[in-house]
Design a protein around this ligand. Structure first.
Ligand code: CUK
Ligand code: CUA
Length: 642
């Protein structure tokens, strides 16, 4: 019987995809239902005007984080996080290379999915954005005064760091849940012995309230399910964290017949306050682990990488009352908690209904000890006892839900390719709009905080056939903007994104813009190789190393004629930008070098290495058009035979 259901679901899924694609061709670029009549006016931000919101959009397989304005959909910046970026020399120059160190060595790429903005009292405070890396499990913190990656923490014992990086109400923790369960500690064993032997690590990473510095407080070692997504409790449920699971069958191969036999998987409810107390009183077990902690120091303008050697683990059975399972149909993907903290929405991607759990009922059932068995010693609550309501057949393939703070929820449906608006408490569907096509996450600025700004909904889509000019087999990645201020959602805009967009985080621009730094003060530059006065500019030889201490200011390098370099030398360019005006970067690019400093910001020092291969006189120049005499900003290195 279960098998029949699975096959049926497969058929529905295929049918859904086909109809979505055909529909796409038919709809084409003609006028479409739901498009606002004054859409152009609503997204038009006149030249010189500023957008109302920042949107931080996951770079997906680019590994980066991109910054857009809403409602215009204009791209402002791509912040390099997990991947090298030649434009900013991130991961190329000596200052930033340590940011990409891991226990596996230098890993210069990543797959990022979920940005989340720091919060104070459940509201966005605009200090930092956190984002996860799935593949080589890491969490990054981006500083929103500089819009630069300030810190990257590797997550040991994790594999597929997917249910991450979501923050608690006061940014006490950023959470990193593992998608794959694995042997902990890692060891050689038959894959078919997965069941009962693998574990899923849910990592609670504390965040220093002043500096933002991250440290793993504890890892909860859960049964060997797949932990897909998570969401912190809000307000009344603050202190809890909720994780969706799939493959509760613990199948080692996820052909559908294996992994989706259970009619219900679980949402794991974790009382982190309770575990925190247990840990603060000396609970937990320290185990050996190897993981990198990489920190960028704003004063020295350079990063350091430290390898950490142990991590504190907690067995959930050692903290009674800390973890419960809420049965949830059917391979739930997104796990979303409404702004009041009462409703926990499990988006069962193989289900046609949407299941909503009640936090109050959950507490009540726990108090009355109304359990329906256990899984590996963790109590399972009864589905009926924790159910708040069901949104009946709103669409196919629900993935993620956002909230507008006015009692409405917006759920994305991948298979039926639409966004459905429904009412919390009455569970009635009040509106639906097609998206183009097959939406993943949606985003309302502040939509996973206590105080959403329910003006726009951004659909982060998976497929865009025929929405844009063709660009060969690989098609533009895309988001769509909806106005949600009225009863009906209105489509306003399509805009391309960098990499698969997955999730995004939006915030009113005024919260962030006022703290955006304009200049690094040269007088505060503590870089060990900074050249703070022109008199200090020089060339020093140490064995076969040549260190060039260089300054740059409109429109020359000092020194600009460099002699005494030999073939076989290792030449360090330590270059300091002496400008102290906003927005006057310079760069330096050296012929034949495999890296450069294309953009050095005012007040900063950066270092790249050049290996001269042939005798000769070799030019360098500034690649950033910096003044009327930019083209004159150049110099030569004389290279003599070894
Ligand atoms: S996932 Cu991409 S649609 Cu990685 Cu958040 Cu759900
Ligand atoms: Cu400096 Cu161009």
């Amino acid at each position: 019987m279960k098998r029949t259901i699975n096959i049926l679901v497969s058929i529905i899924m295929v049918a859904g995809l086909v109809s979505c694609n055909n529909g796409g061709n038919k709809r084409g670029n003609k006028g479409q239902g739901g498009l606002a009549t004054n859409a152009a006016e609503k997204v038009y931000v006149a030249p010189g005007e500023h957008d109302e919101f920042y949107a931080f959009v996951s770079g997906g397989f680019s590994g980066q984080l991109s910054v857009y304005g809403l409602p215009s959909g204009r791209l402002f910046k791509v912040i390099p996080v997990f991947s090298q970026d030649p434009e900013k020399a991130y991961g190329y120059n000596e200052e930033s290379k340590p940011m990409l160190e891991t226990s596996y060595g230098f890993v210069p790429w990543g797959d990022s999915h979920h940005p989340d903005i720091s919060q104070t009292n459940g509201e966005l405070d605009g200090r930092w954005v956190f984002i996860n890396e799935n593949n080589t499990p890491r969490i990054a913190r981006i500083d929103l005064t500089t819009f630069e990656t300030a810190e990257i923490l590797e997550v040991p014992n994790s594999a597929g760091n997917h249910s991450s990086s979501f923050v608690t109400e006061n940014t006490e923790y950023v959470v990193a849940g593992t998608r794959f369960s694995v042997p902990i500690p890692q060891r050689d064993m038959p894959i078919k012995d997965y069941k009962g032997n693998f574990k899923g690590a849910l990592s609670f990473i504390s965040v220093d309230p002043e500096s933002g510095s991250m440290a793993i407080k504890f890892q909860l070692l859960m049964p060997g399910f797949d932990y897909d997504l998570s969401h912190p409790g809000r307000d009344k449920s603050h202190g809890w964290f909720f994780f969706t699971t799939y493959n509760t069958e613990e199948a080692n191969t996820l052909l559908e017949v294996n992994a989706s036999q259970n009619d219900k998987d679980f949402i794991a409810a974790v009382n982190w306050k309770k575990i925190e107390e247990y840990v603060n009183n000396g609970g937990g077990t320290k185990v050996p682990a190897n993981y990198a902690h990489n920190v960028y120091n704003d004063e020295t303008h350079s990063a350091t990488s430290t390898m950490l050697k142990e991590v504190l683990t907690v067995n959930p059975l050692d903290v009674p009352g800390a973890v419960y399972f809420l049965p949830t149909p059917k391979s739930p993907h997104g796990c979303d908690v409404d702004p009041t903290g009462e409703y926990i929405v499990g988006n069962g991607k193989l289900s046609a209904d949407l299941t909503v759990h009640s936090f109050t009922k959950m507490l009540d059932a726990i108090e009355k000890k109304k359990f329906d068995g256990e899984a590996y010693g963790i109590p399972i609550l009864k589905f009926e006892d924790v159910l708040a309501g069901v949104v009946k057949q709103p669409g196919l393939g629900p993935l993620h839900t956002e909230f507008d703070g006015k009692g409405n929820a917006y759920t994305t449906f991948f298979i039926s390719s639409e966004v459905v608006k429904w009412k919390l408490g009455t569970w009635e569907v009040v509106d639906r709009q097609p998206v183009f096509y097959s939406v993943g996450h949606g985003m309302i600025p502040g939509g996973n905080s206590r105080k959403p700004f329910g003006k726009y909904f951004v659909a982060l889509n998976k497929i865009t056939k025929d929405r844009y000019l063709p660009t060969g087999p690989e098609v533009t990645q895309s988001a769509q903007l909806f106005d949600i201020t009225g009863d009906k959602m209105e489509l306003l805009l399509d805009f391309p994104t960098i990499g698969e967009p997955h999730y995004a985080a939006g915030i009113p621009a005024e919260i962030v813009a006022k703290n955006s730094k304009q200049i690094f003060k040269l007088s505060e530059n503590k870089h060990p190789y900074a050249t703070l006065t022109d008199g200090d500019a020089r060339v020093e030889r140490k064995g076969n190393e040549v260190h060039i201490y260089m300054t740059m200011i409109r429109s020359h390098f000092n020194p600009d004629n460099i002699e005494g370099v030999k073939v076989g030398d290792k030449v360090f360019f330590h270059v300091t930008n002496h400008e102290q005006d906003y927005d006057v970067p310079h760069g330096i690019s050296m012929i034949g070098a495999n890296t450069s400093e294309l953009l050095i910001m005012p007040g900063q020092t950066e270092t790249f290495i050049w290996y001269p291969k042939q005798p000769g006189v070799w030019p360098f120049y500034c690649p950033d058009f910096c003044s009327a005499l930019h083209q004159e900003m150049q110099g030569y290195v004389r290279v003599s035979p070894a």
